[in-house]
Design a protein around this ligand. Structure first.
Ligand SMILES: *[C@@H]1O[C@H](CO)[C@@H](O)[C@H](O)[C@H]1NC(C)=O
Ligand SMILES: *[C@@H]1O[C@H](CO)[C@@H](O)[C@H](O)[C@H]1NC(C)=O
Ligand SMILES: *[C@@H]1O[C@H](CO)[C@@H](O)[C@H](O)[C@H]1NC(C)=O
Ligand SMILES: *[C@@H]1O[C@H](CO)[C@@H](O)[C@H](O)[C@H]1NC(C)=O
Ligand SMILES: *[C@@H]1O[C@H](CO)[C@@H](O)[C@H](O)[C@H]1NC(C)=O
Ligand SMILES: *[C@@H]1O[C@H](CO)[C@@H](O)[C@H](O)[C@H]1NC(C)=O
Ligand SMILES: *[C@@H]1O[C@H](CO)[C@@H](O)[C@H](O)[C@H]1NC(C)=O
Ligand SMILES: *[C@@H]1O[C@H](CO)[C@@H](O)[C@H](O)[C@H]1NC(C)=O
Length: 406
């Protein structure tokens, strides 16, 4: 979704040490060490926007050892030698926002600039941009902590442009992006983008029976049925580039074979990220209702992830609260091949077991709106003005790129 949410500019504390990184990047946290705090700070000092570090650990130490283990199961996820590398940074333009998606044939990762952020100047006046990096360049610097400037960030001139892109996934050999729309006259839409030059795009669907969506946010393909599921929410309006909403904030389903558009879930404040478990039997939807962008925070509203059962007919059932983020809002969301759930939150990426137990964090000290796996052992993490490359043991859940082209 949006940015507005820069917590503290902690990344500045990362040293530019070029030391070989190994298990020295792991911090094991004993949760009993903070069951009782003296004192527990009041809400004016500790709240949704506050970065948490365990007692006895300084912020510098927490950043120097960014793989925070809250449960032993996280050790299997990160392996013995996880690494985190800053590979690009900007002063204020939030170039590294969301829609992180891997294109295996060229081994590149695509991502998009923040649409609607003041520092980007995007939204109503101009669309945001799509960019990409080559993973081979990121891998070449993974022994460094700060390799900013050493990885080429290439602008992707999608034609016609994806207007205010925000979410993305692999789709039948190409990429599928959500566009949040622009003003009254450019409707939110799903766009298929050719990941190779000339980056030609085709609009897949741009209306619900003639009505504009509010602003499409994120998208995922269910591996059971190949259908496209996507969230519609208010951030275009809350960032002043879309008109007043005229539909509830809901999750929709698009069936490519018939063109049918249906609704599968409502009852959210601000539905945002969406993903599926590896075999598609569960859907996860984040609700970022605590973050009203230009309108500020409401800390009693959801910063939560909901799990649904996906029935054989592709509908959603059994809405269940999966977790509530301890810092910031859970935005982008992805599963690994074992069904563990990862989401970008206010201090980096948090990881939960399939039963919603916090296993660990990739701690950035600042907000990550989205990230994604690039197959096994590799991850790219967006943090607005910073772009990170991580290596770990886990493998991303396979998205249904194996389906034939439409
Ligand atoms: C990383 O390195 C770049 C280029 O040398 C430098 O401008 C930047 O301040 C460094 N960032 C951090 C967080 O150390
Ligand atoms: C990590 O690196 C340090 C210094 O290079 C080395 O002494 C140590 O044995 C390494 N540990 C592992 C687990 O590789
Ligand atoms: C939340 O805590 C931060 C300090 O971490 C403080 O600056 C901010 O004012 C607090 N917000 C509220 C609404 O109390
Ligand atoms: C859009 O352009 C107008 C006119 O130049 C300017 O006043 C306004 O601040 C711009 N809005 C954004 C979000 O950049
Ligand atoms: C959309 O049109 C309405 C009615 O003309 C106008 O009030 C509103 O400002 C427009 N909103 C945007 C974002 O362009
Ligand atoms: C791009 O153009 C090629 C060649 O015409 C076509 O095969 C492909 O489907 C197009 N992709 C999109 C997303 O429009
Ligand atoms: C999908 O995986 C879950 C475990 O995550 C399992 O309980 C379920 O039986 C699987 N469903 C199918 C159709 O294989
Ligand atoms: C904050 O969110 C809660 C829960 O959604 C809601 O009941 C309350 O009205 C909201 N407060 C404001 C000021 O919007």
């Amino acid at each position: 979704m949006l940015s507005g949410v820069f917590l503290v500019g902690l990344a500045a504390l990362i040293t530019s040490s070029s030391a070989q990184s190994n298990s020295s990047q792991i911090l094991v946290v004993d949760q009993k060490s903070f069951n009782v705090l003296k004192p527990v700070p009041p809400p004016s000092e500790s709240n949704l926007t506050t970065v948490f570090v365990p007692p006895g650990v300084t912020l510098q130490q927490a950043l120097a050892k960014p793989f925070h283990v809250y449960d032993d199961a996280f050790l299997d996820i990160i392996g013995t030698n996880p690494t985190l590398t800053l590979i690009a940074s900007t002063n204020s333009n939030p170039l590294f926002h969301e829609a992180v998606v891997w294109y295996p044939p060229t081994d590149e990762i695509f991502f998009v600039q923040n649409a609607g952020a003041t520092a980007a100047g995007t939204g109503l006046n101009k669309s945001n941009i799509i960019q990409k990096i080559a993973l081979s360049q990121a891998a070449a610097v993974s022994s460094l902590r700060n390799a900013s400037g050493q990885v080429d960030v290439v602008t992707v001139n999608a034609t016609p442009p994806v207007v205010n892109s925000n979410g993305a996934t692999q789709y039948r050999g190409q990429l599928l992006f959500t566009g949040e729309g622009q003003g009254n006259n450019t409707a939110p839409a799903l766009y298929v983008v050719n990941p190779r030059p000339p980056y030609n795009t085709t609009v897949l669907v741009n209306n619900y029976f003639g009505r504009q969506w509010n602003s499409l946010n994120d998208v995922a393909v269910n591996p059971m049925n190949g259908d496209v599921y996507f969230t519609d929410t208010l951030y275009g309006y809350l960032q002043d580039f879309r008109p007043s909403p005229e539909l509830p904030n809901q999750v929709y389903r698009f069936t490519p074979s018939t063109g049918a558009v249906s609704v599968v879930a409502d009852g959210f404040d601000l539905p945002n990220g969406i993903t599926f478990s590896p075999n598609g039997s569960y859907a996860y939807v984040t609700d970022t209702g605590a973050q009203y962008s230009f309108f500020g925070y409401n800390m009693t509203a959801p910063a939560s992830i909901y799990q649904f059962t996906v029935l054989p007919d592709g509908t959603f059932a059994n809405r269940k609260l999966f977790t509530y983020s301890s810092v910031g809002i859970p935005d982008g969301i992805h599963c690994d091949s074992n069904g563990n759930v990862y989401s970008g939150v206010g201090d980096g990426v948090h990881v939960w077991s399939p039963s919603g137990k916090l296993l660990g964090k990739i701690f950035l000290g600042t907000t990550s709106a989205n990230f994604n796996f690039a197959g096994k052992g590799r991850m790219v993490i967006c943090a607005e003005t910073e772009l990170y490359y991580a290596t770990l043991a886990a493998e991303g859940a396979v998205v249904s790129s194996q389906l034939p082209p439409t």
